[in-house]
Design a protein. Structure first.
Length: 94
């Protein structure tokens, strides 16, 4: 996983460069690797939900896809979380 929703600009830029490398490795890259881009959901409880939303906004300003999700939307995607106390989440396709 390459987490791109982070508040630090330098870390976000490094993550984007890393993701781009794995999506399109240089032509002369000879070592095999497996990379499948699936996306990720960052889940926030009530104590960290505000910070997570700030991180998502910072990521969006840097060009990272970061979509807020309600608890119901998260539970629809990950049913095992039905009994979990969550405030929301951030879906990042990258």
């Amino acid at each position: 996983m390459i987490r791109q929703v982070v508040p630090e600009q330098a870390v976000a830029a490094l993550a984007r460069r890393g993701a781009a490398f794995f999506q399109r490795p240089p032509a002369d890259w000879t070592s095999p690797f497996c990379f499948e881009q699936n996306g990720s959901i960052l889940i926030g409880k009530y104590t960290d939900w505000k910070a997570l939303r700030r991180h998502a906004e910072a990521g969006r300003r840097l060009g990272v896809h970061a979509e807020p999700l309600t608890p119901a939307e998260i539970r629809a995607r990950i049913p095992i979380l039905n009994d979990t106390d969550i405030a929301g989440g951030i879906w990042s396709s990258g």
